[in-house]
Design a protein around this ligand. Structure first.
Ligand SMILES: [Zn+2]
Length: 283
């Protein structure tokens, strides 16, 4: 499939203020040791069997490429997610076990080979039944402050919750490059180095310069194509900013990896190195 420039309008937001201090996931501290001991204890009593997760798993075609070990690890991460994170339905939404599992499995897919520490800072997930309206305050280039209301399918706040629309989660269950959970988790990972700029903290062996060169060139080319109303394999919302580029390409990386490889192979290579996954290997 391809996206036309006007096919889908969607709105996400991210808190623009930097984190108080850069966070180093995996730092060996007493707190980290206690937390991991506690997590092992939780997993001993959690049901992470295939049967217990079968219904939610069957909804998520993008998980079919995972091998047995990866499937078990993802179920364990998702079980921790449901145990540690506060999943909060609002506006009368009834959040069933299957729905919680559906959210948790998608939220943990990006950290499958990174580890649960990478989403330690995420405390809660607010789930609306459908698209929700947010009050927006923005200052323009000449300093004038604008207030307006905007319909949204998801939001990510650095020291607050992920906010998600269940209708949009359901709409994103196919492998079409649209996945609001992956999108918002990508923003949280992006923010871990103190700036939401489309570059998460990179692993040892990855080079900042290579990341920037690969993604900046792709962002510039993609933006040009969207402005020219070209059809693209990736959602044109990625042209909004480098941060949105990273979040939208994260969706595409996991859901339509061959499209990313076809159009921006250097971006795919960098994202595969960051996420430590290769979704293109099957499907
Ligand atoms: Zn976004």
């Amino acid at each position: 499939m391809s996206w036309s420039a006007t096919e889908r309008q969607r709105s996400f937001t991210i808190c623009p203020t930097p984190l108080r201090s850069p966070q180093q996931p995996g730092a060996l501290t007493l707190l980290w040791i206690i937390r991991n001991w506690n997590r092992r204890r939780i997993l001993k009593s959690a049901d992470t069997s295939e049967d217990a997760w079968r219904m939610a798993w069957s909804d998520l075609r993008l998980l079919r490429r995972l091998n047995d070990m990866e499937q078990q690890r993802l179920r364990e991460l998702a079980a921790l997610f449901i145990h540690e994170k506060s999943l909060e339905p609002v506006q009368g939404l009834l959040l069933t076990r299957r729905m919680k599992q559906t959210i948790a499995l998608q939220a943990c897919l990006p950290i499958l080979n990174l580890g649960f520490d990478w989403i330690d800072h995420l405390v809660s997930v607010v789930v609306y039944p459908d698209t929700f309206v947010s009050e927006v305050t923005e200052r323009d280039d000449v300093g004038v402050v604008h207030h307006y209301r905007q319909a949204r399918s998801g939001e990510s706040w650095e020291r607050g919750p992920l906010v998600l629309s269940w209708a949009d989660i359901e709409a994103g269950l196919g492998e079409d490059g649209y996945n609001v959970v992956l999108h918002e988790v990508a923003h949280r990972l992006d923010a871990l180095d103190g700036a939401v700029n489309g570059k998460p903290p990179l692993h040892a062996g990855m080079r900042d310069l290579t990341w920037r060169d690969s993604l900046c060139a792709a962002f510039e080319d993609f933006t040009r194509r969207v402005r020219a109303n070209e059809d693209t394999l990736i959602d044109p919302y990625a042209a909004e900013s480098p941060a949105e580029f990273f979040a939208v390409f994260t969706e595409a990386f996991f859901e339509t990896p061959h499209g990313v490889i076809a159009e921006y192979p250097a971006v795919y290579e960098q994202m595969a190195a960051f996420y430590r996954q290769d979704p293109s290997r099957q499907g």
